[in-house]
Design a protein around this ligand. Sequence first.
Ligand SMILES: [Fe+2]
Length: 397
Amino acid sequence: MALNVAELGVLTRAANVAVEAVTRAGTRFRRASRILVVDDELPVRTMIGASLERQGYDVQLAGSGNEAMEALEQNVFDLVLTDIVMQDGNGITLLERMRIQQPNLPVVMVTAIHDISVAIDSMRRGAYDYLLKPFEREHLVSTVERALNYRQALQESQNYQQNLEQVVRARTEMLRQAMGDLEHSYDVTLEALGDALDLKDSETEGHSKRVTAYTIALARAMGISPAEIKVIARGAFLHDIGKMAIPDQILRKPGTLTAEEQQVMREHCSRGYHMLRKIPFLSGAAEIVFAHQEHYGGSGYPNGSRGAEIPIGARIFAVADALDAITSDRPYRPARSFDAAREEILRCSGTQFDPGVVEVFLKIPNELWHELRSEITGQDKRFSTFDLVHVVQPPTR
Ligand SMILES: [Fe+2]
């Protein structure tokens, strides 16, 4: 399509208006950038300052390193141009001071040709670039633009980093809350399992809670990690859960069990193990449930395991279980003292109990067991292994 002269003129004017608008926008953008020009020679700093102001930058001049530091304290700059050789000290010293105070502020060193090695050295010390005097205005402008673009990229990357850190913090907090909720639901599940066993065997409730508290206290005294203690505590609490599968006529039989009945009764370890091992948060506890009747010397059941073959949680539980059994009333005998329990546990060290666990147990004063026992007896709140792990204090001796 051919255009006449008038139409061409309109188009040219429109194009010029567009170019001016773009230039004004660029100028507005540049005005936001503040540049500090440091040079002890007035004509030089004035010339640089004027060139940059013509580009629309907001320029401040300083005649010495000290003046520059003062200006930096009072104003925020996006870029510093500094001479290297000045009367009151050199630009390298100023560069080093600025790098310490404002490490993200780009610095361009301005220098005469004979200072080239110093200029290169200054870049090793953190200067962004250098300008060799005398320089063309275009060279000055392009160096300044590059340095400002670098500054902007640096800020954007830092903002991104900061946002990322905030997001990570927020997500970590959400995860922590979710883990807390999950932990709580684990305890609710444990309670439900405990309640189910109570329906079968009403004697176990107080026993399970006490033996769990004793197990936790012992495990802590042995230096077991809190995460492992939780697993052990759940195993201790559910140790007899397999009794749910034992017929009532055997479980509640008042007299002595026949050999056959005893055999059925002994199945409660593996029954409990199979009930729990498929529940992910109870699979560790299942191992303790399976081995809770093993004896250190190998005379226990179901496997007759000995020593370190028995999980440490089960070896700790065995001592805690005996402690509670001896100090609780039984239909055929009254409760005995904690001192009597100590003697009995020591007597069976190496045969029924792990001597390492017994040694730690004997160092714990009776007061702790008394305290735990009365705390659990008077406890009307629901059981929580999570709470217990935090509540049970380490032994004082
Ligand atoms: Fe048992």
